[in-house]
Write a protein of this length. Structure first.
Length: 228
């Protein structure tokens, strides 16, 4: 089966999963975090090299403060808990987004994970946390201007080196759970020619069987990059 090299996932539906069970929204986020472990394992064993997870968008700051702070604490806890095992499996962790706006303790957890796994080459896992596609492009343009790059020298390859994802390949397959059919400001530059896969399954319920369906759907598509 032809597999994607880079899979990006919009992990949607945690809140609705919790509400359906009469649980607080943070319980849904915790269940969603637990789901990540099995998805990483399946993709790693399948031979997928790059995985990017949309964990917290720049728009998510508009959620209730209790939920936002709970998400920060949950991510910090999860990174500290899971990084040793990911390191053992040879996974490299990257962060995509505006790090400086996150709580200091969370920044430290992310930086420790990045440092520990820096030399790993088996799989690259990118956490898009405090990430927005438009913000990423805007930040890249600002850096180009600040460095005095002449406009005549700016092309797609150069701009790509100023994005958060510098050094990563473009996304082959974007998966969105939860039933919505949009990319919600996620990797807009990098997914220009991505295949899109939408499912109604809520993220905490999205298991390896559902993932296998998404990968199979990708494998039978004929990809076109601007041609007919």
């Amino acid at each position: 089966m032809r597999l994607p090299n880079h899979v990006a996932i919009i992990m949607d539906g945690n809140g609705r999963w919790a509400e359906k069970r009469g649980l607080p929204r943070l319980a849904g986020h915790r269940a969603g975090v637990e789901r990540i472990r099995s998805i990483i394992k399946y993709l790693d064993e399948s031979g997928v090299k790059y995985l990017t997870l949309y964990s917290f968008s720049t728009e998510n700051w508009n959620r209730p403060e209790e939920e936002v702070q709970g998400l920060f604490s949950l991510l910090e806890e999860t990174i500290d808990k899971e990084t040793p095992e990911l390191n053992r499996r040879g996974a490299k962790i990257r962060h995509l987004g505006r790090m400086e706006e996150l709580p200091e303790e969370l920044q430290q957890s992310i930086n420790r994970a990045i440092s520990l796994t820096h030399n790993n080459t088996r799989m690259v896992i990118s956490l898009a946390f405090n990430y927005g596609g438009r913000t990423e492009i805007m930040d890249a343009v600002r850096r180009l201007i600040d460095e005095g790059i002449p406009s005549k020298d700016v092309n797609e390859d150069l701009l790509g080196k100023y994005l958060y994802t510098a050094g990563l390949p473009d996304v082959d397959l974007v998966i969105r759970t939860g039933g919505e059919k949009r990319i919600s400001n996620f990797l807009m530059w990098q997914s220009a020619y991505s295949e899109l896969y939408f499912t109604k399954v809520l993220w905490p319920d999205f298991n390896s069987r559902h993932l296998a369906r998404a990968l199979k759907s990708y494998s039978i598509r004929q990809r076109r990059f601007g041609g007919v």
